[in-house]
Ligand binder design. Structure first.
Ligand code: ANZ
Ligand code: ZN
Length: 846
């Protein structure tokens, strides 16, 4: 038996696969397709363990699908634009492009060393003009369809990074990247109208049974559909006289119109349009301004969370409640956000926790209008006969459902979201013309412009005469200059060669847009480009996209549960509506792999110095060991702590499989001559085990459960060794040993490709690749042993073991059990028998 030399074997097959171009997909194939995709990496340096895990999962799926007769598309690329490249370039005084390309080369070398079966002809780098050209093209198509617009809005601005930040990129008022205090600036920015698709993005989550529930839940929350009503209030002065003019009416959005009688004050967002005009020149102006200024330093996300201390000020104005007729004071409050609903809120402190907290802090009245029937106040208030209560000294708001009290003719109805009381009040508001049904979404339009260099240039031209016009299609791409002096602080907006241009409409001198696109736009459609990567007429052809889409298995980190996956779903739908492809959803099955932590359960990071690089395993043991260890240690979606023992265990198993296969082939004949009737005990057991292992591996691979599939493979190797030990070489069944040797190599091949390809050729003596050979045939029914041993318990105590037919029904099992424990149940009656098929019978006796 030859020695197992991982390095020699892996070097040999790495080269051979590349020369054969073995993993190129066959585009005209009549075979069914399978599209296996791992989220592409950001090229920040060499691959780390998290990457290794991500790609090993995808590679095992792709290789097995290929063996099972699918035409497999399994591509790779790089999400190559982004700020880290720019920062590194500034720090090391080089070009962002050079830094990025160097990192991509390094990552590619490691991917090759790991044996990932990518179709390299389809490599996509988002910073390459032949890719980003089509990103610009798609941008212009969205623009044509009214899905791109510019808007002046208060945005988060980081003075140090000199760019706009998304709301999610601001924590406690500071930049997520550099920790500087973020400012609010009123800037005109580019937006993509993702909200146009809010309802479809929500509805179609139902078409994704192959996604983890929690990811779908996160997306649904992010889209945040709320059903409620708009209610109009009338602005007035302290005497209740209406204030005329445009500002005379203020509308709120509420999901709880049933609580209108509990409305004791009224709130405006600090950014509410016209707020400062309301207080101008009054004694309230200074306090209101303070709240407005203070709110600028807190992100909308945090303001909405409601965990921060609330600040507010009275405006000196009032509104009239259209249902109760009450006159309530108008305040500004920083927990009201300007871009949700109408930016105004009817506060109901008895039913809303935030309003309750605010009322306590500023000593505003809390009128109970909704109670549970066992509340001590209920008897007094249930029929408007008792004394009214105008303020309560509660510890917290009553946020659950209940019965309406002190609510005029609505008293006695149930209150709550979508309640009887809510429906009745909204119907009356609609009849009176002071309210209407309304649906709101939390989802905001996608702010995509960035004032950064290393990104895809927005293809627009600003002309004094013609306004903002798209760059004509035949002039795309707008090429990003690669020679900016970033070290000296040069930006695109200062790069004359870049921004000086002429207007494509009137020919006058004009200025090119110098904002670039959020890199999430690049990653929103790369999986489509892979289907047709060299197309020079279109981003991809409809035929190619329809052949391979949707992605069957998408594998990546849970950190992308919202943004990347939502943006990609949106792009797919928008491109579908342009007629570019015919699918509604891009990713059929989603697997979010867990994290690889260090031995002590800490996340690996450079700053902590606890990073285990893949090379530390590959160099001593080989890539096959690395791959096996990573898949065996835990189910793919679970986090795991790095364990050097697992690496050694994996290496031992590979060596054992290697020896077993070589031993089996010593007596191997023709597997097709197998005659089941001639197999006796040890052979029959091995025969059953191979059917069982194949059935298990096939099913587990489909679900991505590699750890249990590997356990089954280990059992097969054990069974083969049991047979080899029990039967002398000259008595072994030649067909069976041939069959099982092939089985071991085949089932292990998706996980340990190098050693299996070597065994395929050298031990089994086969031509061609194991990946072009078919997956072994099996029959799950053959796996079942004819008889199984079950445990027999009496009142939960173990009393005997007995053999029963493997497919025995409960009655048969009980009869066999009673016989086996006859002396323990003598003179008693069996009142119940609990039967677990194949395992045990528990007799309950009296
Ligand atoms: C009265 C009320 C009574 C409310 C009550 C809630 C409970 P969701 O479900 O998230 O859509 N609201 C409306 N616009 C707001 C804004 N711009 N900033 C902060 N809060 C706002 O939340 C809808 C509820 O959030 C609305 O219903 C409103 O308060 C508040 F017992 O109106 B409610
Ligand atoms: Zn012009």
């Amino acid at each position: 038996i030859p020695a197992y030399d991982a390095q020699a074997i892996e070097t040999k097959w790495m080269k051979s696969w590349e020369e054969q171009n073995l993993f190129a997909v066959d585009t005209d194939s009549t075979k069914p397709k399978k599209y296996v995709l791992e989220m592409f990496p950001y090229p920040s340096g060499d691959l780390h363990m998290g990457h290794a895990r991500n790609y090993t999962i995808g590679d095992a799926m792709a290789r097995q699908a290929r063996m099972r007769g699918f035409d497999v598309l399994h591509p790779i690329g790089f999400d190559a634009f982004g700020l880290p490249a720019e920062n590194a370039a500034i720090k090391h005084n080089t070009q962002a492009a050079a830094w990025t390309y160097k990192n991509m080369d390094q990552a590619l070398a490691t991917m090759k060393r790991m044996g990932f079966s990518y179709d390299m002809d389809r490599l996509v780098k988002t910073c390459s003009p032949d890719y980003y050209r089509w990103g610009q093209w798609i941008f212009e198509k969205l623009w044509e369809r009214g899905l791109v617009y510019r808007k002046k809005n208060p945005v988060n601005w980081c003075p140090k990074c000199e760019t706009v930040l998304a709301n999610e990129q601001v924590t406690e008022g500071r930049c997520w990247r550099c920790d500087s205090e973020v400012e609010k600036r009123d800037l005109e920015q580019w937006y993509i109208k993702i909200t146009e698709y809010a309802q479809e993005l929500l509805d179609d989550l139902e078409k994704l049974p192959g996604w983890p529930e929690r990811v779908k839940q996160m997306q649904a929350n992010w889209i945040g559909r709320s059903e409620g009503a708009e209610v109009d209030f009338t602005l007035c002065d302290v005497d209740g006289n209406p204030i005329a003019g445009d500002e005379g009416k203020i509308t709120v959005f509420t999901t709880r119109a049933d609580t209108l009688y509990g409305n004791t004050f009224f709130l405006l967002a600090p950014e509410y349009k016209g707020l400062m005009e309301l207080v101008e020149g009054t004694e309230y102006e200074a306090a209101v301004r303070e709240v407005v200024e203070g709110a600028k330093h807190i992100s909308a996300v945090e303001r909405a969370q409601g965990t921060l201390e609330k600040h507010g000020a009275f405006t000196g104005r009032y509104v009239i409640n259209p249902v109760s007729g009450a006159k309530v004071p108008v305040w500004v409050a920083d927990y009201v956000i300007s871009d949700y609903g109408t930016g105004a809120v009817m506060a109901v402190p008895c039913g809303d926790a935030r309003d309750f907290e605010f009322a306590k802090k500023y000593d505003l009245p809390i009128v109970p209008i909704i109670l549970s029937e066992d509340d001590p106040l209920f008897e007094q208030l249930k029929d408007e006969q008792g004394t009214r209560i105008t303020s309560v000294d509660w510890e917290e708001a009553l946020t659950c459902e209940g019965v309406l009290v002190q609510s005029g003719k609505y008293t006695g109805m149930t209150g709550g979201k979508h309640s009887e009381g809510e429906a009745a009040i909204v119907a009356d508001l609609e009849a009176a013309g002071t309210g209407r049904r309304s649906v709101q979404y939390r989802l905001r339009d996608w702010l995509i412009s960035r004032q950064r260099y290393w990104g895809n240039p927005i293809p627009a031209i600003h002309c004094e005469h013609c306004g903002i016009v798209p760059v004509p299609e035949d002039q795309l791409p707008v090429t990003l200059p690669e020679n900016l002096d970033l070290g000296a602080g040069e930006t695109l907006a200062e790069c004359r060669e870049f921004y000086e241009t002429t207007c494509p409409v009137c020919g006058a001198p004009a200025r090119r847009e110098t904002d670039t696109m959020d890199t999430f736009t690049c990653s929103s459609w790369y999986y489509l480009r892979y289907t047709d990567p060299h197309n020079t007429e279109l981003p991809f052809s409809r035929e190619a996209a329809n052949r391979f889409m949707p992605v069957d298995n998408y594998i990546g980190g849970i950190e992308h549960a919202i943004l990347h996956l939502l943006y990609s779903r949106f792009f797919t739908k928008a491109l579908r509506d342009m007629g570019l492809l015919d699918v509604d959803e891009p990713f059929t099955n989603l697997l979010c792999q867990g994290m690889v932590k260090d031995e002590n359960g800490d996340t690996m990071s450079k700053s902590k110095g606890n990073v285990v690089p893949p090379s530390s395993v590959i160099e001593p043991f080989g890539a096959d060991t690395m791959r096996l260890a990573i898949l065996f240690i835990a189910p793919p979606e679970k986090d795991f702590d790095w364990d050097p023992n697992a690496v050694e265990g994996a290496n031992r198993f590979i060596k054992r499989a290697w020896r077993t296969v070589w031993q089996l082939v010593q007596t191997a004949g023709d597997a097709s001559m197998l005659d089941k009737a001639s197999l006796f005990k040890p052979a029959l057991e091995l025969y059953r085990e191979r059917h069982r292992t194949l059935a298990k591996c096939t099913e587990d691979f489909d679900r991505g459960q590699f750890n249990t599939a590997i356990s089954a493979m280990m059992e097969l190797v054990n069974a083969a060794n049991a047979y080899l030990n029990a039967v002398p070489a000259d008595e072994r069944d030649a067909a069976l040993t041939a069959l099982v040797a092939t089985d071991i190599v085949s089932v292990l091949a998706p996980i340990c490709p190098f050693v299996c390809e070597e065994l395929w050729h050298e031990a089994l003596g086969r031509e061609g690749s194991v990946y072009t050979a078919p997956w072994p045939e099996f029959d799950a029914a053959e796996a079942a042993a004819d008889e199984v041993e079950i445990a027999v318990q009496v009142l939960g105590k173990m009393r005997a073991r007995v053999m029963v037919p493997a497919n025995a029904d409960a009655a048969t099992m009980q009869a066999a059990a009673e016989q086996a424990v006859a002396k323990h149940i003598e003179g008693k009656t069996v009142v119940k028998a609990i039967c677990v098929p194949g395992k045990l019978v528990n007799l309950v006796v009296k």
